[in-house]
Write a protein that binds this ligand. Sequence first.
Ligand code: ATP
Length: 312
Amino acid sequence: MENRAMIQVQGLCKRFGEIQAVDNLEFSVREGEIFGFLGPNGAGKTTTIRMLVGLLSPDSGSARIDGHDVLREPVRAKQSVGVVPESSNLYGELTALDNLIYMAQLYGVPKKEWKERAEELLKDFNLLDRREGKFQGFSRGMKRRLTIAAALVHRPRILFLDEPTTGLDVMGARGLRGVIKKLKEKGVTVFLTTHYIQEAEELCDRVAIIVKGKIRFTDTPGGLKEKVKETEVLEIRPQPFSPNLLQLLEGIPDVEKTTFVEDRIRLYGDSVHNSVCQILNRLEAKGIKISSIQTMVPTLEDAFVKMTGVDV
Ligand code: ATP
C-alpha cells in the first residue's frame, strides 16, 4: 500500500519584491521518506521550509502537514513537526540532559516522561556518555546533534532539517548522517535541504531539484542518474589549474557544459570523446600540461549540473 502523504504542497508561491523566491511549487512527501530538497544558493529552499513550518505566509497556494492545512489549522500542523533552528536555541550553561528536559517542559510533554525521553534521545544521538556535559563545551557536531534531538522531544512525525551538516567536519557530518538514518528507521519523515549532492544521494529516498524557486525534477537519486546515463563525463587535471581555463574550452563541438571540481575540469556531452584531441590541443597551446585524464560514469552531481545548467 502506498504510504500516505505527510507533506502536501500545491501551487505554493512567495515573492520578495522583485524576487520570485518560490514559484508554484507542487510536491508531496510520503510517510517515512527522507525527501531531499536540493538546489544552489538562493533557490528558495529555506523560504519553502519557513512556509511549511508556519514561520512565513505564502502569497498563494496551500500546504498540508500530516493532513492539516498550515494556514487554516496552524496549531495542529505545528504539533506534527520538529524544526531545527538555524542557530541553536539551547543553553550553554545547562547540561545536555537538562537542555532536553527543559525543551520537553516547553513542548508540554507530561512531566513523568521528561527524563525517559531525554535519555532515549541522548542514546539515539550518541550523546549518552556526555549527558552531564555542559552544552557550551560540546564540539560543533555534538551541538548540532543535541539541537536536532531537542527538536524531537515532542515526538513529531516530520522533521525539517535545513542544511544540517553545513560547517561540520567530515566526522561530524558522518555522525549526523548516521542519526538521520536512524530517524528514518524509527518512522520519522525527514525533509532535508542540502547543498551537498553526495549527502542527498546517501540519505534520500527521493530528491527534488529546485532552481530559482521552481522544481525542475523529482525522482530517486538512481532515477536522476538514469536520466543522464548517456552523458559522458571527461575529467582533466591541468597543471597549473585555474578556473579561467574553462573559457579556453568554450565552443568545442560535443562539449555541452564545462565545470570544475577542486583542481580538475569536467566536461559533459553525449560524445565528448570525439573532441579529446581538440581539448588537449587548446590547453597545450597555452603551455598547460595535463597530469591526468579520465572518463567517468555520471554521478548525481553530474546529473544535477547537466539537468539544471547550474553549478552547485
Ligand atoms: P541558500 O542555499 O543560500 O540558503 P535558499 O535556497 O535557502 O538559499 P532562500 O533563502 O529561500 O534560498 O532565498 C530565496 C530567494 O529569496 C533569494 O534570492 C533570497 O535573497 C530571497 N529572500 C529570502 N528571504 C528574503 C527576505 N526575507 N527578504 C527579501 N528577500 C528574501
